[in-house]
Design a protein around this ligand. Structure first.
Ligand code: SF4
Length: 337
């Protein structure tokens, strides 16, 4: 059982482009494999291979411009399995799939579903497990459950979600009793639960468990709402533009600045590549932040000592400052960008 990088796709691109220098970037879980692959390719193709080893969390984290600055003719962004195969000028998306099976974890899920009388389930996966959706659907169908896999959209394949985009799940939420996520990722499971508003089970194929994530998602929602109330009381607000290639939303950030100013806030525009507690704490005069980079930094960033709001939370803050109450379904959206 292992995650397999689509080396055949890389070979095809190298045979066709014959570069003298290439760049890789990949999520932490695939970096060591990627480094080995880079060394193998150096020998095989007589080229120079550079692995950018900064944190890489999504297909928003491509390094097309850095790769060009490093003098590469080709860059490979590994492991996010999106429908878009080329980014920027020289970057190719390379798939990587986990070959672990879900048969036993699905049996655990079936027990939970039966106990709660859920008959129709939405099947969802993150990148590494998308190729297991069909077989999961067959097993559940054999055992008397109806399954629905939502159509892909944008960069997402059928049934796939990111931590911030949920179209295939959101669009089927009214047709199912519950959602099932293939793969052990509380990050994706919480996003799935909050964006669809449905009971959500996370299937861990390594421990063969089905974990109901609803309580954890509700706790995360409460913290997110509390941060909005805290931000309401701030005089000075920072609006952070994410500097990562797929995250930069300058126009949206400027619009938010102007909306908050009209509602009486003093607002400063800030740009950051990594939005961390250290960087937030260093801006001592700013009492609250909103950020248009990665929404999950706000939802999962427990280490912040000040409010750092995502776009859905910012919309709720603007409503609150305009005299409307916060709705607890504020994350029930197709995407959180
Ligand atoms: S913005 Fe955040 S959640 Fe969305 S793809 Fe990038 S890292 Fe993942």
């Amino acid at each position: 059982m292992a995650i397999k990088i689509d080396e055949a796709a890389i070979a095809k691109i190298l045979d066709w482009t014959r570069p003298s220098r290439i760049v890789f970037n990949a999520p932490d879980g695939l970096l060591s494999q990627t480094r080995k692959l880079a060394s193998d390719l150096e020998s095989k193709y007589k080229l120079q291979a550079i692995v950018i080893s900064d944190p890489t969390y999504g297909s928003c984290d491509t390094v097309d411009i850095d790769a060009q600055r490093l003098g590469a003719q080709v860059a490979f962004h590994v492991g996010h399995n999106v429908t878009v195969k080329k980014f920027g000028k020289i970057t190719y998306s390379i798939d990587a799939y986990d070959d672990i099976l879900f048969d036993k974890a699905i049996l655990s899920a079936e027990k939970e579903l039966k106990a709660l009388n859920y008959n129709t389930v939405g099947l969802v996966a993150f990148a590494q497990h998308v190729n297991e959706l069909d077989s999961a659907s067959k097993i559940l169908g054999r055992d008397g459950f109806k399954t629905v896999v939502g159509k892909g959209m944008g960069q997402l394949q059928d049934g796939q979600i990111f931590g911030c985009e949920f179209y295939p799940a959101f669009n089927i939420r009214d047709r199912v009793d519950a959602m099932i996520l293939l793969g052990h990722s509380m990050f994706h499971a919480i996003g799935l639960c909050l964006s669809t508003g449905k009971p959500t089970f996370m299937l861990d194929p390594y421990e063969n468990q089905a974990i109901n994530v609803q309580k954890t998602a509700e706790e995360r929602l409460k913290k997110a709402v509390l941060a909005i109330y805290k931000a309401r009381d701030a005089t000075k607000v920072g609006v952070i533009i994410g500097l990562k290639e797929g995250q930069m939303m300058t126009d949206q950030s400027i619009k938010i600045k102007s909306q908050l100013e009209k509602l009486g806030k003093e607002v400063q525009l800030i740009a950051l590549r990594e939005i961390t507690a250290d960087r937030i704490n260093s801006m001592t005069e700013i009492e609250a932040f909103v950020q248009t980079g990665c929404p999950r930094i706000s939802l999962d960033g427990y280490t912040f000592s000040k409010p750092v709001l995502s776009v859905p939370q910012t919309d709720a803050l603007i409503n609150l400052l305009s005299g409307k109450e916060i709705q607890m379904d504020l994350f029930e959206r197709k995407n959180w960008l």
